[in-house]
Design a protein around this ligand. Structure first.
Ligand SMILES: Nc1ncnc2c1ncn2[C@@H]1O[C@H](COP(=O)(O)OP(=O)(O)OP(=O)(O)O)[C@@H](O)[C@H]1O
Ligand SMILES: C[C@@](O)(CCO)CC(=O)[O-]
Ligand SMILES: [Mg+2]
Length: 383
């Protein structure tokens, strides 16, 4: 028996970091996915272990079911409702992952492997199975790889453990019903907590539900964009870690509470104004151009405030300088500190200019990604 799931990555148009402190943020799914294949072995092939294959990394981890049962015997790990990982459970998981001696160059994967073991033992218990993961997203680069990993994993585990219902559809890839999506989203948030420390929940929510969303204090509002949102993503390839960046901003907020409160409040207004520009009445090209100018100005203001929070980086500033030569506006997306940068591509931008910008950015060693914005969320396929 097997099931496949895929969950998209995301971009944040405005409000990263501030959203952790209660401000509004705007995010959209992108058409780059994390894929999970969850397979229960037939009795003849039962290897007696829980296996995690990280295909892009060339890594396989395996834990005999008996060892997991012994390690967790004092805890009631299985749970039908999403709950936070207790410190004892996390300690046991961490030592099981440490025993695997992940090579130093890939040690940053440990938090993902811990999140896997948490979701697996909570949703599916210790029964043997194989979980294979592949991702089209650059990992740890601001495009929500951790959230799409947790969403696709939680969905696959729930699909073969309990009953999930799907919306009718003609394609092989199906959408879960709203209540099942909410359940997956809550479990994915618990996985994100293991990877991020203190996530706002925006990344797992947009990965689960897709489209363009506004997110504030844990509440999702689906947006109706009435204009094309064309974005170029530039990956600076500078490695960073969301957990450390989120912690850095929180520490700055403790040192300068009033100043940072004002910054977070300003970002809240920026996100709300951006929402108005995106949802404004559909009209002709002239008014698209005016709305794009508003969005560009808001992106520029948001980037300034992200710099003020201490999460920009020389590589990000470099992308900003290159795109400014072509009168294009950019801002970091996700946690910053390196990672990815967004550039708005106005509707009237010629292909010629667009090719020149990409060539210029790539000559600096950056990688450009052209993506569709605001599409599907989590999907499932019963093979
Ligand atoms: N396909 C994957 N396989 C295993 N672990 C993964 C995978 N994708 C993400 N992770 C885990 O998530 C971590 C990266 O998460 P992080 O939040 O730092 O970056 P991101 O989610 O790509 O960016 P952002 O949170 O800014 O959008 C990795 O270090 C790893 O532990
Ligand atoms: C930096 C942050 O705001 C977005 C990361 O994509 C963290 C979060 O909201 O969980
Ligand atoms: Mg993340």
């Amino acid at each position: 028996m097997e099931v496949r799931t895929r969950a998209p990555g995301k971009i944040i148009l405005a409000g990263e970091h501030s959203v952790v402190h209660g401000s509004a943020a705007i995010a959209a799914s992108i058409d780059l996915y994390t894929h999970v294949l969850f397979r229960l072995p037939p009795p003849s092939e039962n290897h007696g272990s829980v296996e995690l294959e990280l295909k892009d990394m060339g890594l396989v981890f395996s834990w005999p079911s008996k060892i997991l049962e012994e390690a967790f015997h004092s805890l009631d790990t299985l749970s039908s409702t999403p709950q936070s990982c207790s410190p004892t459970h996390l300690r046991l998981i961490t030592s099981l992952v440490e025993e695997k001696n992940i090579p130093e160059a890939k040690i940053w994967l440990s938090s993902g492997v811990c999140a896997f073991l948490y979701l697996y033992t909570s949703i599916h218990g210790y029964k043997p199975a194989t979980v294979a993961v592949t991702s089209e997203l650059p990992l740890g680069s601001g495009l929500g790889s951790s959230a799409s990993f947790c969403v696709s994993l939680a969905a696959a585990l729930l699909a073969l453990t309990s009953e999930v219902s799907v919306d009718d559809g003609n394609s092989q890839w199906l959408t879960l019903t709203e209540s099942n999506l909410e359940l997956v989203n809550k479990w994915a948030f618990e996985g994100e907590k293991i990877i991020h420390g203190k996530p706002s929940g925006i990344d797992n929510t947009v990965s689960t539900f897709g489209k363009v969303i506004m997110f504030k204090s844990g509440e999702l509002t689906q947006m109706k964009s009435t204009m094309p949102l064309r974005m170029l993503i530039t990956n600076t390839k500078v490695a960073r870690n969301t957990k450390a960046l989120v912690t850095g901003v929180s520490e700055r907020a403790v040192r300068h509470p009033s100043a940072m409160h004002a910054v977070f409040t300003a970002v809240d207004f920026i996100s709300k104004e951006l929402a108005k520009a995106i949802e404004g009445p559909a009209a002709d090209d002239i008014s698209f151009t005016r709305r794009e100018e508003i969005i560009e100005e808001l992106m520029e203001m948001n980037q300034g405030l992200l710099q003020c929070m201490g999460v920009s980086h020389a590589s990000i500033e470099n992308v900003l300088r290159v795109t400014a030569k072509y009168k294009l506006t950019s801002k970091l997306t996700g946690a910053g500190g390196g990672g990815c940068v967004l550039t708005l591509l106005p509707t009237l931008l010629s292909n010629n200019i667009m090719e020149k910008v990409v060539a210029d950015l790539e000559s600096c060693g950056f990688q450009c990604l052209k993506v569709e914005v605001g599409g599907k969320g989590l999907e499932i396929y019963f093979g």
